[in-house]
Write a protein that binds this ligand. Structure first.
Ligand SMILES: CC(C)(COP(=O)(O)OP(=O)(O)OC[C@H]1O[C@@H](n2cnc3c(N)ncnc32)[C@H](O)[C@@H]1OP(=O)(O)O)[C@@H](O)C(=O)NCCC(=O)NCCS
Length: 253
């Protein structure tokens, strides 16, 4: 008899850094961060960037330490040649980070490769020129027909999806953004086409974590048992289970 496949979860953790008290950050990160991370934190000229860096490091070390039952300060991170961080001692655990104005997101999943990208629609740059320069032909055509008041939302839908894919691949912007494309013509769905055959076809979600943010998740090695769960971390002390609005997701194939 076939055993039913157990659900596998992609866990998402959201933090609005503006809700975090500076004194709490100092207290919580003390003893947790590595010497390199502390040195890096002191190199930021702008206090907000330093704050966001410290919160991100706290979030990653705290959540991964709980997941792996390893003390946070004992986690050793490495980065691939394109800068994607990973844990050499735990190759089956995939995690990815994205930060923008007023939101930091951590995605964690086992036995799949996960990529996440979040953008703040009001402060990040949505420009037709950037789309014309870097998007695929079909995406440029779709964006040209979008009404001006919907342009930012449409642009960042494509942008976050594209970034989530190159982050799941781990290659970042070394992968040409016009070598693969998304179609968002059908409501609530995402269809993906690539110039190269991916042996682990990707699956995508487009989320709206707040009225001003768009967030895309990509997983490679998708199965129907893969489910999203999300929490909001409040003041770095408590976690609230969160129903994130799913605007679109890949069609089943
Ligand atoms: C990783 C990359 C693809 C995305 O970066 P980004 O959108 O600027 O920033 P994000 O906040 O979404 O992601 C940064 C995180 O991705 C992770 N990352 C870095 N390189 C990565 C890679 N090759 N693959 C996957 N993840 C990577 C890191 O954890 C990094 O956070 P950290 O430095 O705090 O650890 C990067 O290659 C890049 O350079 N992007 C340029 C983005 C740009 O031009 N944006 C214009 C906005 S419209």
């Amino acid at each position: 008899m076939d055993m039913p496949e157990l659900p596998n979860y992609i866990d998402l953790w959201f933090v609005d850094p503006d809700t975090v008290d500076n004194a709490a950050i100092q207290q919580i990160t003390r003893g947790l961060l590595s010497a390199d991370e502390l040195a890096q934190s002191n190199r930021f000229r702008f206090p907000i960037l330093r704050r966001d860096y410290l919160i991100t490091r706290w979030l990653v070390r705290t959540i991964l330490s709980e997941r792996l039952s390893v003390p946070g300060q004992a986690l050793h991170f490495a980065a691939n040649r394109y800068g994607r961080p990973y844990l050499p001692s735990f190759p089956d655990l995939s995690f990815n980070i994205s930060h923008t104005s007023r939101l930091i997101v951590l995605a964690v999943a086992a036995e799949v490769e996960v990529g996440v990208d979040v953008e703040h629609i009001q402060t990040d740059r949505a420009t037709p020129n950037l789309a014309e320069y870097s998007f695929a032909v079909s995406e440029r055509a779709a964006l040209r027909s979008v009404a001006p008041n919907n342009f930012d939302h449409a642009f960042f839908s494509y942008w976050t999806l594209k970034e989530s894919y190159v982050k799941a691949l781990g290659t970042g912007l070394s992968t040409a953004l016009d070598s693969f494309s998304f179609s968002l013509e059908q409501p609530a769905t995402i269809s993906f086409t690539s110039d190269t055959v991916d042996p682990t076809p990707p699956h995508f979600w487009l989320l709206q974590p707040s009225s001003t943010h768009l967030c895309a998740i990509c997983v490679r090695r998708w199965s129907q048992q893969l489910l999203l769960r999300a929490w909001t971390v409040v003041s770095l002390t408590s976690r609230v289970p969160t129903n994130v609005i799913v605007l679109r997701r890949s069609t089943f194939s």
